[in-house]
Design a protein around this ligand. Structure first.
Ligand SMILES: [Zn+2]
Length: 383
């Protein structure tokens, strides 16, 4: 589970920093209003956050024509600090450096190695390469996300080993929970009720974002790996017709390769083939979309959630089939009509999701994080 917003329970520094991060350029009085903290506390906290290099004042953007002492706006300091995000996928591993807004600055993609030792070595060297592009940026924390159960890896151990290799605290999280947290962060914290984020790429599953009082949590609730999709595709569980074996990126790419439509099992080749006019490639992609749409209806009917957001390249990368997903959902759902939307991230989702996890500790103690990272950076560079 990820707590993505602590609301009133968080420290003042976390509340002020969180609001400034989301709001862009913001006046102090708006920070007071949004956080519910006193003017004195907000002023003192802004001074501390500015001193730590986490936010900066923008006197050039002061309110023109305001009566009395002009209010000096503040905004997030985009340079200076950053986080490392790692997505350890079943097939591909993505490593990135992001700023404190969660914007991915540099990233690289690699084949996932077979052993954990090799994976740690690969991630360390990829992170060193990315850090060398901007050596003055102090890395404050890192996040590692993965489909842990299908990799058969203990998330806490991987987090600890990567922490030793990277020299910062590494927070591990499930990759679907992380994708939901990244989307939810952009949707705004104010949304009430329950949102189901359904994810499809090489794995298929869902996570739920829910508000409890003024705290928002994202929970990974289920994998749809062996959900019966009604096809004849053989699954690694020795049954037939399981959802991932029918509709994952890997499954449809392998099917297209076996039919001779593409020369290697890469789903991007299948998109290209469809765009180049192959009717069979288009049919495979539309059929996959219908299978996913029916699974979306099942999840929605089971949860009776208030909103559904579809995330992951299996839903977002091939725009012409979005209509088939929605039509199949509408035909299959038994409950009243519901708006189903697509997530905002495409090919960068894994990097953005891992960075969102790396940023979670900022919701607890941003000043402590920076203090420890600067101390660690000195020790790290002198060893
Ligand atoms: Zn199965």
């Amino acid at each position: 589970m990820l707590v993505v917003s602590h609301g009133m329970h968080a420290r003042p520094a976390a509340r002020v920093f969180g609001h400034v991060r989301r709001a862009g350029v913001v006046l102090r009085e708006n920070v007071v209003e949004a956080t519910g903290l006193s003017q004195a506390t907000v002023s003192r906290t802004i001074t501390e956050l500015t001193g730590a290099g986490l936010i900066r004042t923008r006197p050039d953007m002061g309110r023109v024509g305001a009566v009395g002492r002009p209010s000096v706006p503040v905004q997030l300091e985009g340079n200076g600090h950053g986080v490392i995000g790692v997505h350890l996928g079943r097939l591909l591993t993505t490593v990135c450096v992001a700023d404190l807004r969660g914007r991915v600055l540099e990233r690289s993609e690699h084949r996932t190695p077979y052993s954990l030792d090799d994976a740690v070595a690969l991630i360390r060297s990829a992170a060193d390469d990315l850090r060398s592009c901007d050596p003055d940026r102090v890395i404050v924390s890192a996040g590692v996300v993965a489909p842990w159960s299908s990799l058969r890896l203990p998330s806490e151990d991987v987090g600890r080993r990567l922490g030793e290799a990277l020299g910062v605290r590494v927070l591990p999280a499930d990759h679907i929970t992380a994708a939901a947290a990244a989307e939810h962060a952009m949707d705004g914290q104010g949304f009430a009720g329950m949102t189901a984020y359904i994810y499809a790429r090489d794995t298929i599953g869902f996570a739920i974002a829910e508000r409890h009082g003024d705290q928002t949590t994202v929970t990974r609730t289920g994998l749809l790996t062996h959900f019966p999709a009604g096809s004849s595709a053989p699954c690694r569980c020795r049954s037939v017709g399981c959802l991932e074996a029918t509709a994952s990126d890997q499954a449809i790419a392998q099917r297209a390769e076996a039919e001779g439509l593409i020369d290697q099992p890469d789903v991007r080749r299948l998109y290209e083939s469809s765009e180049a006019g192959s009717t069979r490639a288009t049919e495979i992609l539309r059929e996959r979309a219908r299978v996913l749409g029916r699974a979306v209806a099942f999840v929605r009917d089971m949860l009776d959630c208030d909103r559904v957001v579809l995330v992951g390249q299996g839903f977002t990368s091939y725009e012409p089939a979005r209509r088939q997903v929605i039509e199949a959902f509408e035909q299959a759902t038994s409950l009243s009509p519901l708006d189903v939307t697509f997530g905002r991230y495409g090919a960068d989702l894994q990097a953005v999701a891992a960075s969102a996890v790396a940023l979670v500790p900022f919701d607890e103690d941003p000043l402590g994080l920076v203090r420890r990272a600067r101390k660690g950076a000195v020790e790290f560079s002198s060893r």
